[in-house]
Design a protein around this ligand. Structure first.
Ligand code: DX5
Ligand code: ZN
Length: 204
């Protein structure tokens, strides 16, 4: 699958979303930043909920915020494929996992480039998805970090879906050759272009 992040776009958010919805993207990747855990705060949750209500494409929600549960509660009725959070951003990961699962939504944990994959060992039985970060959380348009790829094979027998997020374009995607990845997140390569489908199909 290709999930398109609209964090960095040359179009306004509404227009960007429309273009993604009209494209061959499989999922809409929603990056939420609180300015504390990472990046610049973009948590206009009410607005976002309105903009994302009734999307035909499913949402791939990526929370880069401290204590994400309160935000998750506000988003939970959207058309969601998975909700992914960072372990180092929360004191109650199991509560988040249970809450998301109780709504029949997949739950994922994201791993930053400098985090050891083994911090997931006690969660593999509880989660559906692991998002390998190939940039540090914070903004779109950063450079892909190839070293993170070595974490991927460790996940093959863990019964989780695997995603990768950050810095993916038609050149860096070649690094993924030979790796099994279920969900590829790409943002600026698509949303800074004139033709979303052309870029998405280059990745595919
Ligand atoms: C980084 C975000 C990524 C990012 C992807 O903080 O989690 O999803 O927006 O965008 P590109 O593809 O531009 O790195
Ligand atoms: Zn993301």
């Amino acid at each position: 699958m290709i999930a398109v992040s609209f964090l960095k776009s040359k179009y306004e958010r509404g227009e960007t979303l429309q273009k993604i919805m009209a494209s061959d993207a499989d999922l809409i990747h929603v990056d939420l930043l609180d300015g504390i855990y990472a990046g610049e705060n973009n948590l206009q949750i009410d607005e976002l909920v309105k903009e994302l209500a009734n999307t035909e494409k499913k949402l791939d929600i990526h929370l880069m915020v401290k204590e994400p549960l309160e935000y998750i509660k506000q988003l939970i009725n959207l058309n969601i494929w998975a909700i992914t959070f960072h372990l180092d951003a929360t004191s109650n990961p199991k509560e988040i996992i249970e809450y998301v699962k109780s709504h029949n939504i997949k739950v994922g944990i994201a791993i930053n480039p400098d985090e050891d994959i083994h911090i997931l060992d006690k969660y593999f039985d509880l989660i559906h998805y692991v998002l390998i970060m190939s940039v540090y959380p914070g903004k779109g348009g950063q450079e892909f970090i190839p070293d993170v790829l070595e974490k991927i094979p460790y996940l093959y027998d863990k019964n989780v879906l695997i995603g990768i997020d950050g810095g993916i374009n038609n050149n860096t995607i070649k690094y993924l050759d030979g790796y099994q990845v279920d969900n590829i997140v790409s943002g600026s390569f698509i949303c800074m272009s004139d033709d979303f489908n052309k870029q998405i199909n280059l990745l595919k």
